[in-house]
Structure formats: C-alpha cells, structure tokens
Design a protein around this ligand. Structure first.
Ligand code: ADP
Ligand code: MG
Length: 335
C-alpha cells in the first residue's frame, strides 16, 4: 500500500513539475521573439533566457560600441582581446566561410554598408566603389589566435548571418541548466527546440512561404533548429523597381541574384543552421545539393522562383505541404 501511495505521489510530483508552462514575448536583436518552455523552473528559465539574449549583443553586434565585434572592427589594424565566446563563434563562422568557398562570408560589412543595408540608407553604388572595397572582404585575412583578433585596417566582421541561431543555441543551453527539457524558442522566425512537446509528440513548425500569407507547409521536429533565410523581408528597390536583397554574394559584392526565394536549414545546432541557411541561399540549388551530399549533417528546404520546392529525404518524412494553397508547387525530393 505504502509503495502504491509513494508511486502515485512521485508521478504526481513529476507531472506537477514538468507541466508548468511559461511563455514570453519580447523584442531583441531588432526582431520579435517568443520563448515557450515547460518545467519546474519554467518562469525563471524564460526570464533568464530573455535577459541573456539581450546581453548577447555584446558578443555579436557589429554596431554597439561596447561589443567585441565593434572593438575588433575599429582597432585600425591592431590586435584586440575578445571574449572566449566571441572567439569561438568567429572561429566557427570562419570555418563555414571556408567550407562554403565564401558563400558565407562574415567580412562583407564594408560592402553591405556601402549599399546602405547597415543604416537603412539604401543606394546602388558604382562598380568602382564596390571594387575598391572588395579586398577588405577577404575572410582569410582575419587573424584569430585564441582570444586575440586582428583585422586589416578597414576590414569589418559581421555576424548577422549567424547571430540569431547562436542566440537560440546559447539560450537553449542556459534553459537546460534550469532543468528545462521541453521548449520552443522563436527568435524572429528562427526556431530552436529543446526536446519534444510535453506530451511526447514533435513540435509542429510552420514553414513560411515566400509566395504568400499561409505557410508553405508544416514540419515536425524535436531537439532541432529550423532556420530560414529569405530575400522577401529585407530589401530595397531602385527607381526601376529592381529589388536588392540583404543577402550578399561575396564574390561580386552585390545582393544575391539567383533562383532562390528562401532557404531553410534543419539541424541540431542553431548556429550551424543559421550559417547554413544563408550559405544555401547564396549557393543556389545545385551547389547546396553538392554541399549537403558532402557533409550530410543537416537537412534543407529550398524554394525557388520557378515554383519548385527542394527537400532532402529525411526532412520530407516530417514535412506536410499546404497543398490547398500551393497546388502548383513542384516538390522535388533530394536524395
Ligand atoms: P536574417 O538575419 O535576415 O534572418 P540571414 O541569417 O541570412 O538572414 O543573415 C543575413 C545577414 O547576414 C545580413 O543582414 C548581413 O548582415 C549578413 N550577410 C549578408 N550576406 C552574407 C553572406 N553572404 N555571408 C555572411 N553574412 C552575410
Ligand atoms: Mg543565417
């Protein structure tokens, strides 16, 4: 009898504890965020995560004078000391820059700012202006030695392509320290999950459509990040209506102009996923498939201007197309 009561009590305690839910909406890193988590310390974990994400600007912002990046970018060619966290992130990012052959390039700040993307004062620069700045965008010239970093004068790092994914990873790590085993972090459309839903089922994520309002489909995931880069959210148009998007091709110093409308990466690490989403967008379909085959440690969904949706085989098993709204879309299985 005692045993039965003890069992009932224990299960009540476990259930009672894990079922506490906390939900939090806030603005950080220039975007809207929503964190939802379950566990005994749900409230506290959420608060700590929000505060932590706010503080991460000190590691990853290129514009806040108190940040590591700002220090490195304004050192006039001198060596500066940065935090281990910033050094690790820069190291990781440089590695992907190399692996993607420069599709990802964390040194494009001089050109993106020439085009006005950093201050939202857009203009189309001349070929000469772009050419003059291109030598400053060579990421091979970043010297990182432990926590000491040195750039050539005029070079500037930009971690905008990995920042939100990194924030998701780090916030999730912190929440786990608070005993959270189930959480969904939506950082401006970048999704990071911890575990599964409290009822043991997968999280259901809507994949945004570049064509219209309703999601292109839903994806079931657990313990993973789903990160999308797209050209339809931040862009400007010239007097002829030509669009210039905020994702750049480092080889030309110009906004990407290819067949891709949106690129979604699915993998465990948010930082990797964010680096990948931008890389896949820049590489385009063919190179992305080659890259996926070579590394085989992530999944993707790429939607193109000619109404095609490319999806890797593992992701396809977890994806349901919103057929009612996107009947004309051709789904291509990548295997
Ligand atoms: P978002 O931040 O809009 O979700 P991304 O993750 O794709 O989208 O990051 C885009 C940002 O990364 C740009 O705003 C710019 O700061 C920077 N960026 C643009 N092109 C590149 C590139 N080829 N490689 C690395 N960073 C880039
Ligand atoms: Mg990215």
């Amino acid at each position: 009898m005692k045993k039965i009561i003890a069992t009932i009590l224990t299960s009540f305690l476990i259930f009672g504890c894990t079922n506490k839910k906390a939900e939090n909406y806030f603005e950080s890193m220039n975007t809207f965020m929503k964190v939802q988590c379950y566990g005994e310390n749900a409230e506290e974990a959420n608060k700590v995560a929000q505060k932590y994400i706010g503080e991460l600007e000190a590691t990853i912002s290129a514009t806040k004078p108190e940040s590591n990046l700002y220090k490195a970018n304004h050192a006039n060619g001198n060596q500066v000391e940065i935090t281990q966290q910033a050094a690790d992130l820069i190291n990781f990012t440089l590695d992907i820059c190399k692996k993607t052959d420069g599709a990802l390039n964390c040194c494009l700040y001089p050109v993106t700012s020439l085009w006005g993307f950093t201050k939202k004062q857009y203009k189309v620069p001349s070929d000469e202006e772009i050419a003059r700045l291109m030598p400053l965008t060579d990421f091979n010239n970043v010297k990182l030695n432990g926590t000491k970093i040195q750039l050539l004068p005029g070079m500037m790092l930009d971690l905008g392509a990995v920042g939100k994914g990194f924030a998701g990873d780090e916030a999730a790590k912190l929440m786990k320290e608070y005993g959270i085993k189930s959480a969904l972090l939506d950082l401006g459309g970048n999704i990071q999950t911890i575990g599964k839903k409290p009822d043991g089922s997968d999280w259901t994520i809507g994949i945004k459509s570049p064509f219209g309002k309703s999601p292109i489909g839903i994806l079931k995931i657990n313990n993973q990040a789903v990160i999308t880069s797209a050209g339809y959210e931040r862009f400007f148009q010239d007097e002829n209506g030509k669009k210039y998007i905020h994702i750049f091709d480092g080889r030309t110093g110009r906004p990407v102009e290819n067949e891709v409308l949106s690129a979604t990466a699915i993998c465990e690490s948010g930082t990797y996923g964010d680096a990948l989403s931008t890389s896949l967008f820049v590489m385009g379909v063919e190179k992305s498939i080659d890259f996926w085959k070579k590394y085989n440690d992530f999944d993707f969904i790429i939607i193109t201007k000619d109404n095609k949706l490319y999806i890797t085989k593992k992701a396809a098993k977890k994806f349901t197309l919103n057929y009612d709204d996107y009947k004309d879309l051709e789904v291509i299985l990548v295997k």
